[in-house]
Design a protein around this ligand. Structure first.
Ligand SMILES: [Zn+2]
Length: 154
């Protein structure tokens, strides 16, 4: 399940990482935050990302299926200067990426705020997104029932 283009350096126990995550005052994923970059095992990592804040605030379990993030992996794409931390659960021996999900989707007026985020595993996030899409579609496709012609009263 790991993106094959991601370069993984090492994995870190959840309990080593959670205490290092920093909540930002305005819940910004601010790289300008003075404490944004922290050295973790020799690599500078942004510890204020909203995703990490969501895991610290809302827990490392998927809110739908309950699977638990078991470790963080220090990963980056070849063209990225810094590593970031991805949280993974293991289901039936297969890694599943943990994600931050908008409880109220942006499309429905949800905001990029910590209180609108929850931890979901990749599988549940995908299913939820499909459901939301379907709901929106159904709404759009609802046949417009023409108003009943008024009884002429004859
Ligand atoms: Zn799940």
């Amino acid at each position: 399940m790991k993106d094959p283009n991601l370069i993984r350096k090492e994995t870190l126990p959840v309990n080593d990482v959670l205490p290092q995550i920093v909540f930002t005052p305005k819940e910004l994923s601010a790289s300008s935050h003075p404490e944004a970059m922290k050295m973790i095992h020799g690599d500078a990592i942004n510890v204020t990302s909203l995703k990490l804040q969501t895991f610290k605030d809302g827990g490392v379990r998927c809110r739908i299926c309950g699977c638990k993030g078991e470790y963080f992996a220090k990963e980056k794409y070849a063209d990225q200067p810094y590593f970031h931390l991805n949280l993974y659960a293991v289901k039936d021996g297969v890694e599943v990426l943990m994600t931050k999900d908008h409880i109220v989707p942006i499309a429905k007026g949800g905001r990029d705020k910590l209180n609108n985020f929850q931890t979901l595993c990749f599988d549940c996030n995908k299913k939820k997104a499909m459901k939301t899409k379907e709901q929106v579609k159904k709404k759009d496709l609802k046949p417009k029932v023409p108003a009943k012609p008024k009884d002429s009263g004859k």
